[in-house]
Design a protein around this ligand. Sequence first.
Ligand code: FES
Ligand code: FE2
Length: 408
Amino acid sequence: MSRDQLYAMTRSLIAHGQAKTMELADEVVRVPASAYTDPELYAQEKERIFKRLPLMLALSCELRAPGAFKAMEVAGVPVLLTRQADGSIGAFLNMCTHRGNPLAQGSGSANRFMCGYHGWTFRNDGELLGVASPGDFGAIDKAAHCLKRFPVLERAGLIWVTLDPGSKLAIADFLCGYDAMLEHFGFADWHLFDSRQLDGPNWKTTYDGYLDFYHLPVLHANTFGSDFFNRANFFGWGPHQRLSSPSIKAQKTGSTETVDLSAMDEADWPIDALLQGVWTIFPHISIASFYGGGGRGALISQLLPGATVGESVTTQFYVMEHKPTDDAVRQGARDQFDFLKIVVAEEDYATGRRQQQALQSGLMDTVLFGRNERGGQVFHQWVAKLMAANDEELLSIFAAEKVAEAAE
Ligand code: FES
Ligand SMILES: [Fe+2]
């Protein structure tokens, strides 16, 4: 099914490539400029988007072996992810149940955590193992003081968590079948080469850029080059979108060369050549694959809300299909990752910050998304729809997507 979808998308991209056309949205869409600048709206977005919907918080390869853990903060919520003894992922509120001190920092390996304040200990499945000086402390029901658990789902080598312990929205339903598409990358077996954090403007200002090929030959003229294609077709699975250039060409497996897919028998199409473009996971992830130095890799960018409406923080993960085995390959991967920092930090985010500052003047009423910018249109429509939905409506929105998906 997902393979059929990949083939159908490729046929469509080839047909548009041959005809020198692209799929256009019906109309030019306006979004209020305040969507990027209103602090109250931003506070609600943190509650209704980031603290209510599943977020892709970690890669499976970050938490490979039992005992691995990662602590992070998301929209003000301290989160602890662990690989439990049975191989499954646990996602917890990173707060000791005594008086709330975060149990773990950073990442590493530990089967149990001792709180650094008074010494209570917890197992990495959240169970409270021991109260310090229990005789002095007084009797409590230990089973009732385990770490608070969040819903979690590991699929396609990626880990989703919903920061609402009582969420009734099944993470699989939220994914709308997109996880089956992402499975084609095989990230579960990939290797994390390196990661870094970058500061950016408002999360939507930033995310718009990931859903946009229109800017490529202009903003990235000095890095990617001015002959880079500025057209993209958009494919959607609920709020999740892939964008890819209409073209007959695709990158050849394991090389920087391109092949003419239109001249090939479909049975010979290499699956990885069908995965080109940018794969976004609503509301905050972008995945782009590369064949540069060091072999096949992908940049997975994870955007999280920042301290104010005008700020966000991005973690860039550079993952590789194969762990580099010699210095030349390692250096090639390093060069690629450094190049991507320049592109994103010095071109995309530097522009985004200037744009953000200008928008914050409050003197522009609306911004525009053209018929060629359907990704941005769809993204903002989904944000508005999900913001407006109460918890029950949220369930029916994704139930309806499931019905639509089954009908395809
Ligand atoms: S806050 Fe953790 S032991 Fe007291
Ligand atoms: Fe860009």
